[in-house]
Ligand binder design. Structure first.
Ligand SMILES: NC(=O)c1ccc[n+]([C@@H]2O[C@H](COP(=O)([O-])OP(=O)(O)OC[C@H]3O[C@@H](n4cnc5c(N)ncnc54)[C@H](O)[C@@H]3O)[C@@H](O)[C@H]2O)c1
Length: 268
């Protein structure tokens, strides 16, 4: 039987539909200087968004903004460990664009230690950057997001869904991000605000490259933190594609969800 050719019109309409998802919209992306945050900023810009790019690394952030020449961007240096800095960053975004449709909380750190060796300082830094800042930034952005009937996409992790050896601080805060996200969805969903958590497995970014396990780590246990055998790690662009979908109006009915994108890591 002869193959039925795809209509060219369909292809054009599909391309237009996707590329217009963020026209007239403003997105704030934390962690935008690198990795998943940078890829998300690039993807949202390609779909028409105006962007607030936020990170502690202003030089790298400025370089991202230069790559996005022609797109309306505002670069804001902030430190996720400092609540006042987080709030000032949101105020800066409001002053520049006067609205906010999508908040992507992506900035984060990782670190692996044996529980016996982990210091309280390491635990508190993990908590502060990866979870407390998500609360502070989301709270500060709430009035704008409620006004626009916008949404929040929080970068959680497969580590928030499973127990992982040598990773107790990271697992705890990412599980916290998931719980926080669901609570925001439950509390504000009927007022038109959505919140979802994206849960990647291994993604090829500086965090992953710089990650190391304690000496003499049990390899059989470490394998729990990998995609299924034969499956390559993810690229930041693949994660950005999911963020762009979840944050768009196409995903209107997705609220309070944890979206795994981990090569089957948490399927076992
Ligand atoms: N790469 C992975 O395998 C992976 C997997 C699951 C989840 N994640 C999550 O994805 C998010 C992004 O990580 P990535 O892989 O793109 O790593 P990355 O290192 O490329 O990006 C992290 C960004 O966060 C910024 N940042 C760090 N500390 C900060 C602070 N105190 N204040 C403001 N900004 C700060 C960094 O400057 C950097 O630009 C993180 O929340 C991470 O936990 C990553």
């Amino acid at each position: 039987m002869a193959a039925i050719p795809l209509s060219t019109n369909f292809e054009q309409e599909e391309t237009q539909r996707v590329s217009k998802r963020y026209n007239e919209k403003v997105a704030l992306v934390t962690g935008a200087a690198s990795g998943i945050g940078k890829a998300t900023a690039m993807r949202l810009a390609s779909e028409g968004a105006r962007l607030v790019l936020a990170d502690i690394n202003l030089d790298a952030l400025t370089a991202v903004a230069e790559e996005l020449s022609g797109i309306e961007t505002e670069c804001v240096r902030f430190d996720a460990t400092d609540a006042d800095s987080c709030r000032a960053m949101v105020t800066n975004a409001e002053q520049r664009f006067g609205r906010l449709d999508l908040l992507c909380n992506i900035a984060g750190i990782a670190g692996a230690w044996r529980l016996e060796a982990m210091t309280q300082k390491q635990w508190e830094l993990m908590l502060s950057i990866n979870l407390t800042s998500v609360f502070v930034i989301t709270q500060a952005a709430l009035p704008l997001l409620l006004e626009s009937r916008g949404n929040v996409v929080n970068m959680a992790s497969a580590s928030g869904l499973q127990g992982q050896p040598y990773n107790s601080a990271y697992c705890a805060v990412k599980a916290g991000v998931i719980g926080f996200t669901k609570s925001v969805a439950a509390e504000f969903g009927s007022r038109g605000l959505r919140a979802n958590a994206v849960c990647p497995g291994g993604v090829l970014t500086p965090i992953y490259d710089n990650y190391s396990f304690p000496e003499d780590a049990d390899q059989a246990l470490v394998n729990r933190m990998l995609p299924l055998p034969g499956v390559d790690l993810s690229t930041p662009e693949e994660i950005a594609g999911l963020v762009a979908y979840v944050g768009s109006d196409e995903a209107r009915f997705i609220n309070g969800s944890t979206l795994s994108i981990d090569g089957g890591q948490t399927a076992l």
